[in-house]
Design a protein around this ligand. Structure first.
Ligand SMILES: *Cc1c(COP(=O)(O)O)cnc(C)c1O
Length: 442
């Protein structure tokens, strides 16, 4: 399926018909196009948001997040389960609050995310603390806050946690062991996390020994086992293999007399459609793991980030200039790699649609940002209808690992975040100012 199909000039009235690829991606984001060419996000004209909030700007569609959550919950329904949203995918407080209202728990990887999760009103008991390099001060706050579970990733981290656990009163601190299940995933090398040589998790052959150490500590309780095989995973097989390995280990631990196990955490990583991928549906995932985990008598945890919010987000960017150089047509826009780093960091594909389509001829262009780096692009050789200064482009699939990975490189203030819900839109995080950038310097 060609990229040009999405944004190509079509016969009047052919917009909804014919192209299931475009229909699918528009549906994923909750977008529609009016017959006059205006793009609507959940009935709200995107052009109006861009005009009033300015560009670049991140826009999230609450309805998409709710739909994804419902689909996952329904697929997992036959299992005793918990959906813990991976905060790092999009830590906007409005997004966190929305997910909390849906009864999600959350999965955090830093003290900063812990603060955010608490600020968004999450019950500490529903917070799981993951991450390969938690500092002593972060472990201390997690123990004091009584987060529901801390997933440890090395024996040395276990020792560091034990020190902090000794300093708090009350019931023992609940620990899960993140196991490296040694499965390889067909995703970008930077988002594979579960092959034997990865920095993540404790190798399967050290799990029993680690569990023994947890069990022997009066201030710790072994609550479960965890894994996370990678990100943007489209094939259920790695989840199935990993779940099988974890289930075997659960059996081995029980045979050793460990009686405190309550959870099996299958991690996140559910892949979505950015271009023409077949997304990993919750139903396929659930069907793959259910036969393995259903009879364990444990609560099954999942930690999706991208799946819940990725398709829900757009990055709006304004066209500044056009130019032709060395045989390439450039469209220079006001969003750069500091705003959305995925194209340059992961060679990621994001669909780009013209917000007000006027049916102009399509030709391939490089959509590039204002940053002083040749790696600063949103798309290369992308067929787009001809645009001019002042036009607005919507970069799709920008709800996960978008704003959260943005930076102030080139002293660029970060964009605002906008939530569209029930036919209304509101700025939930204002655009940074230059003053904000200077504030913390002496
Ligand atoms: C990043 C991460 C997730 C979420 O990954 P997605 O691909 O966004 O679903 C879940 N669990 C852990 C431990 C992670 O590091």
């Amino acid at each position: 399926m060609g990229e040009g199909v999405l944004t190509g000039v079509r016969e009047p009235g052919s917009r909804e018909a014919g192209n299931s690829g475009e229909a699918a991606r528009f549906l994923d984001a909750g977008l529609t196009r009016r017959s006059d060419g205006a793009l609507l996000l959940a009935e709200v004209p995107v052009e109006e948001i861009a005009r009033r909030a300015g560009t670049p700007a991140y826009v999230y569609n609450a309805a998409v997040i709710r739909d994804r959550f419902a689909e996952l919950r329904d697929a997992l329904q036959p299992l005793e389960h918990r959906i813990n949203y991976a905060v790092k995918a999009n830590s906007c407080l409005a997004v966190l609050s929305l997910l909390r209202e849906l009864d999600a728990g959350c999965d955090i990887v830093s003290g900063g995310e812990l603060r955010r999760a608490l600020a968004a009103g999450f019950d500490p008991a529903r917070i799981v603390f993951s991450g390969v390099g938690k500092r002593a001060d972060e472990l201390a706050v997690a123990c004091q806050t009584r987060v529901g579970q801390i997933n440890i990733e090395s024996l040395e981290e276990l020792d560091a946690l034990a020190v902090q656990a000794q300093m708090v009163e009350g019931p023992p601190v609940r620990v899960a062991i993140r196991v490296n299940p040694d499965v390889t995933v067909d995703t970008h090398p930077y988002t594979r996390t579960a092959m034997a040589a990865a920095k993540f998790g404790i190798p399967a052959d050290q799990v029993i020994e680690t569990a023994r150490r947890v069990a022997a500590h009066p201030r710790l309780e072994l609550a479960g086992l965890a894994m996370h095989v990678g990100s943007q995973v489209l094939d259920p097989a790695p989840f199935e293999k990993g779940a099988r390995r974890l289930a075997e280990l659960i059996g081995a631990l029980r045979a050793q007399g460990v009686g405190t196990l309550r959870s099996l955490d299958l991690g996140g990583g559910i892949g979505i459609r950015y271009k023409d991928e077949e997304p990993l549906t919750p139903r396929r995932l659930a069907e793959a793991v259910r036969p393995i985990v259903a009879s364990l008598g444990l609560t099954i945890h999942v930690e999706p980030g991208r799946y819940l919010v990725g398709s829900a987000g757009l990055l709006l960017t304004g066209v500044l200039y056009r130019k032709h150089a060395g045989g390439t047509d450039y469209v220079i826009v006001d969003a750069g790699m500091n705003d959305l780093v995925r194209p340059s960091h992961y060679q990621a594909h994001h669909e780009i649609v013209v917000v007000h389509e006027r049916g102009r001829a399509v030709k391939p262009v490089d959509v590039v940002g204002p940053i002083c780096e040749s790696g600063d692009f949103l798309a290369l050789g992308r067929p787009l209808p001809e645009v001019q200064a002042g036009d607005v482009l919507a970069v799709l699939g920008a709800g996960a690992y978008g704003f959260v990975m943005s930076s102030n490189y080139n002293d660029r203030p970060r964009p605002p975040e906008i939530l569209v819900d029930s036919g209304q839109w509101s700025v939930v995080r204002v655009r940074e100012s230059i003053e904000d950038l200077l504030r913390s310097e002496r």
